[in-house]
Design a protein around this ligand. Structure first.
Ligand code: NAD
Ligand code: ZN
Length: 389
């Protein structure tokens, strides 16, 4: 079958690879009908993620039709139409029982590697390095789905693929980001990053009772989407100082809740305007992680910082002193996707939200390498790419 494979930094190829088969009795195999490229895939593309090997099949936002099930699979049948979460979760360990699916204790066959790096291992993720499971991903014609009774959600209705596909990741991720922000009625929520995760964070902030949402990015069409579709006020960080502007907009108090929907290796402008003397005094050698730094600085005292943005290695220069002295709460993590599938599908079915608004590019899987480049460089007004095998 054809699949998108990783061959090193900025080197994604279309390769012919073996079609996946049932390995464990709890597996299913699906034939993919639609599969998206995620901002998290860009961390692989840019070579930030350790544990990648040449030829790895990537992709973790797939949906399709079940074509084979293992002997122990009870909830799925051949012919079912399913969306598959990017988190691989056993469903029965202590963490899964607490609905902390992205922290599953059993789904990372390479747990010792992750443990060496992090002390403990989070869950395995589809198509996301050998450190996080070594599972083949879903930018392919077919996908093996481990723990098939735990992850995939059946979609019976006649909704289009693009309306339900983002249940696999970015819609639940935006929702959990807003939930993690502890939004209370009347709150002002600032969202850094207007990619798909930022857009769904904005939508979800409204669902959870925000009074104002302020979106920050530099790309005009993404800011436009945040304003037009997301009803957010916007700040273009290339033209305005984010701290000054946020203080001005909130009467000097700062946003109550801040969401970092950007993550690692952000487009750096964090120390713009900071004098060399201050840099030296505060040991600020470089401007990463720029969004974390900015959000900690801007957040109102006693507020909450929610971080769906992915960080991979140790991030130096996180201002823990200001964080502590301003009594901020920080919540983060890979999304516990399975927790949100049912309730968010219901919102889609009821017409409360149509997640397809983020799609800007729909093309064939074989255009994948080119689409990675376009999405990474934020060219051609690209916000979300959906590929069809
Ligand atoms: P994306 O690349 O499409 O969007 C990132 C956006 O951030 C871009 O629009 C970019 O212009 C903007 N940006 C860059 N620097 C900025 C800055 N200094 N200030 C404000 N905005 C800035 O990616 P995405 O798909 O929206 O994903 C966003 C992040 O969420 C990534 O780090 C991704 O890995 C992460 N993610 C996390 C989870 C999870 O489970 N926690 C799931 C999916 C994605
Ligand atoms: Zn993703």
């Amino acid at each position: 079958m054809e699949a998108l494979t990783w061959h090193g930094e900025k080197d994604i190829r279309v390769d012919e690879v073996p079609k996946p088969e049932i390995v464990n009795p709890t597996d299913a195999v699906i034939e993919i009908t639609a599969t998206a490229i995620c901002g998290s895939d860009l961390h692989l593309y840019n070579g930030y993620m350790p544990g990648m090997r040449e030829g790895d099949v990537i992709g973790h936002e797939p949906m399709g039709e079940v074509i084979e099930v293992g002997d122990e699979v009870e909830t799925l049948e051949v012919g079912d139409r399913v969306v598959v979460p990017f988190t691989v979760s056993c469903g029965s360990c202590w963490f899964c029982e607490e609905e902390l699916y992205s922290l599953c204790d059993n789904s990372n066959p390479n747990a010792e590697v992750a443990r060496a790096a992090m002390g403990q291992s989070p869950a395995g993720l589809l198509g996301y390095s050998h450190m996080l499971g070594g599972y083949a991903g879903g930018q392919a014609e077919y996908l093996r789905v481990p723990y098939a009774d735990v992850g995939p959600i059946k979609v019976n209705s006649d909704l289009e693929d693009e309306q339900v596909l983002f249940l696999s990741d970015v819609f639940p991720t935006g929702y959990m980001a807003a939930e993690n922000a502890d939004i209370e009625e009347g709150d002002t929520v600032a969202v850094w990053g207007c990619g798909p995760v930022g857009q769904f964070s904005i939508q979800s902030a409204w669902m959870l009772g925000a009074e104002r949402v302020i979106a920050i990015d530099r790309i005009p069409e993404r800011l436009e989407m945040a304003a037009d579709h997301g009803d957010a006020e916007t700040i273009n960080f290339e033209h305005e100082d984010v701290y000054d502007r946020l203080m001005e907009m909130t009467g000097g108090r700062g946003p109550d809740r801040c969401i970092d929907a950007v993550g690692t290796e952000a487009h750096g402008t964090g120390l713009k305007g900071v004098t060399d003397k201050v840099k030296q005094e505060m040991h600020l050698q470089d401007d990463r992680p720029v969004v974390l730094r900015q959000a900690i600085k801007c957040c109102r005292k006693g507020g909450t910082l929610s971080v769906p943005g992915v960080y991979i290695r140790n991030s130096d220069n996180v201002p823990f002193g200001p964080l502590m002295n301003k009594a901020l709460t920080v919540k983060t993590g890979q999304t516990h996707v399975q927790r949100y599938l049912g309730p968010l599908l219901e919102r889609i079915e009821e017409g409360e939200i149509d997640p397809s608004f983020i799609v800007t590019h729909e093309t064939s899987l074989t255009d994948g390498p080119e689409m990675y480049e376009t999405f990474n460089n934020k060219e051609d007004d690209c916000i979300k790419v959906v590929l069809t095998p």
